[in-house]
Design a protein around this ligand. Structure first.
Ligand code: SF4
Length: 338
């Protein structure tokens, strides 16, 4: 079979390893289509600048990439990943299994004969141990179709190699955490613009991941707007069960208002400059009053003084006016989720 009639579908993170994996395969004359999966935890902002991103990757790395939003099923995965979590709320093994399964589903449409990843055996403690790599290909049902070009020579030959779709001799034998071989290979390909490894996944962030984990523990039906809300503003997990998010600036105030869901309360000061806030999963009137008092606390101090302010609280099509005094910091600071 002529190599240029073969297509491979690569999982592309945008990092150096997946970039190199694509280039190593493409160098054999194989057509490589790269897919970058996005969720609010990684890559979501790219959906807004899709065309620009696709062009940039083509220019800087010579790779044709497509973006695919997999948020909804990914939110389900996070509820109970079969292989557990890493150091934070990162379900790395299940994440890879899931993304490979999604890529596998795309193969007929792309006309791909096999899948490619930039994994390197021994590079990451949880998901790139040799046994983990085996579990990932087994549980994603990709055993016969997954090529890992950067470390292929340290693994058994794949079906794609045995069938002569890709030349094993031209694949690599990277192993472990040393990045020098990758950096040298990048130089050979003339790739200079790439992000540092392992950056960018919110689920592995020591602060943001805790917030998301707590939210998951307290709520069953999680929607994308929940996660987007968790990633902005001041966050308060109120002792009565509600989740309050208070904007820190004009930009956040606008975004917060755009994330409103049915039954949310949107709180805004009526007469004085101050933040917009959403109270989600509210337990009732008393909690709404507390939320209003926090909004007053973050409103312009000179306008509030020692007195009270009116907060407009809207839920669905109903609006209330709440007269609230600023809540004492010592009371609500323990509820804040960093
Ligand atoms: S760091 Fe995040 S994106 Fe990467 S495998 Fe783990 S959960 Fe998935």
């Amino acid at each position: 079979m002529k190599k240029h009639s073969i297509t491979a579908l690569a999982l592309f993170s945008g990092g150096l390893d997946s970039t190199l994996a694509c280039r190593v395969v493409a160098k054999q004359g194989i057509k490589v289509v790269a897919v970058k999966f996005v969720t609010p935890f990684f890559g979501y902002e790219l959906l807004k600048i899709q065309d620009e991103y696709i062009r940039k990757i083509q220019e800087t790395s010579g790779i044709d990439v497509i973006l695919k939003d997999v948020t909804v099923p990914y939110l389900e995965l996070l509820k109970k990943p079969a292989h557990g979590f890493g150091k934070h709320f990162n379900p790395c093994i299940d994440c890879k299994i899931f993304l490979l399964s999604e890529a596998k589903k795309m193969m007929p449409e792309i006309g791909a004969s096999f899948l490619v990843t930039g994994e390197v055996v021994g590079q990451r403690p949880m998901s790139q141990r040799r046994d983990a790599l085996r579990v990932i290909e087994r549980d994603s049902n990709c055993e016969s179709i997954l090529v890992r070009p950067l470390c292929a020579k340290n693994l058994s030959p794949t079906q794609a190699e045995l069938d002569g779709l890709i030349d094993r001799e031209l694949l690599l034998a990277f192993i472990g955490r040393n990045r020098t071989p990758q950096i040298k290979l990048a130089e050979q390909f003339g790739i200079t613009d790439y992000p540092s490894p392992a950056g960018g996944c919110i689920l592995a962030d020591p602060i943001l991941s805790v917030r998301i984990q707590v939210y998951y523990q307290q709520n069953k039906n999680i929607v994308p707007e929940d996660i987007l809300l968790l990633l902005m503003g001041r966050q308060f997990n109120l002792p009565t069960g509600g989740w309050l998010v208070v904007g820190r600036n004009e930009q956040e105030n606008e975004k917060i208002a755009g994330l409103l869901q049915p039954d949310d309360w949107l709180l805004e000061p009526r007469d004085i400059p101050g933040p917009s806030a959403i109270l989600r999963h509210s337990s009732g009137t008393e909690e709404l009053q507390t939320a209003a008092s926090i909004v007053v606390r973050y409103s312009k101090k000179s306008a509030v003084g020692q007195g009270s302010a009116v907060i407009i609280a809207g839920q669905n099509d109903v609006k209330h006016e709440i007269d609230a005094r600023p809540l004492d910091d010592a009371i609500f600071q323990p509820w804040q989720k960093k």
